[in-house]
Design a protein around this ligand. Structure first.
Ligand code: MN
Length: 252
């Protein structure tokens, strides 16, 4: 396996290097990550200016490059110009969980999606961070490397594996669960003289709920296969029914 490792927190982030170290025994690792933080940029790409690739020296001696763009830029440029031989794209470990509706904003999940769209196996790894606490990425990184080594083994499914870790790794079983359909409860706080700042808190989930959000809330590891084809198959059939069913045609 040859991993193209990226993230959205920037090439200097601790979570990236914890995962790089943990993946190294499982295959070749090449890091292509944003020069500066690009969290919540989703799958945006840079078209208005040329991108630069800068070598990045690191204590692990891993081939690493910083790109002055977004996570999706790193994956595109990485696969086209730096490591076309990469078989897997892994993004993370992100500082903060990426669950529920939050996955649509995430640069981490989007980087993995970019890899999947380019025909590579793909996974995003994130760690829940409790406000005010210093995250320890190493236990999650060791565990994630073992999970990824098993998941990314030439499986043909067109999925993006979304792996989320609680802040403290107490229970090590992986809960395979669907994405939660809810987003964050959000509000804009007044920053006097400066405008408005978005704040989000997670919705309470009932204990019986088995979603990525519920698992992270209860301190468990969640694994969710996300699709790159966003078509809703049920609505696809229902739409034809509504538009083209006999007797309805004139209403359409
Ligand atoms: Mn981030």
């Amino acid at each position: 396996m040859h991993f193209l490792l990226t993230n959205d927190d920037g090439i200097q982030s601790e979570g990236l290097w914890a995962l790089a170290a943990a993946l190294k025994p499982h295959g070749e690792v090449t890091v292509v990550a944003p020069l500066s933080e690009a969290s919540a940029t989703s799958q945006s790409i840079t078209l208005a200016r040329p991108l630069r690739i800068l070598p990045y020296r690191n204590p692990l001696g891993i081939e690493a490059h910083a790109v002055d763009g977004t996570p999706a830029d790193c994956v595109k440029l990485g696969l086209l110009r730096i490591v076309p031989r990469a078989t897997c794209v892994v993004a993370g470990i992100n500082r903060g969980a990426n669950v529920g509706g939050g996955v649509f904003y995430s640069g981490t999940v989007a980087a993995a999606r970019e890899g999947r769209l380019a025909g590579r196996e793909a996974a995003a790894v994130s760690l829940h961070v409790i406000p005010g606490e210093t995250p320890d990425f190493r236990p999650a990184a060791s565990h994630a490397a073992l999970v990824l080594a098993r998941l990314l083994r030439g499986g043909g499914e067109r999925v993006v594996w979304n792996l989320n870790y609680p802040a403290r790794l107490v229970r090590t079983e992986v809960c395979v669960v669907p994405q939660d359909g809810n987003g964050l409860r959000e509000r804009y706080d007044d920053a006097p003289g400066a405008g408005f700042v978005l704040e989000g808190t997670w919705e309470e989930r009932p204990p019986e709920a088995r979603t990525d959000l519920a698992m992270i809330r209860s301190g468990r590891i969640s694994l969710t296969p996300l699709t790159v084809d966003w078509t809703d198959r049920v609505a696809l059939d229902a739409a034809s029914e509504i538009l083209f069913a006999p007797g309805r045609r004139e209403d359409a």
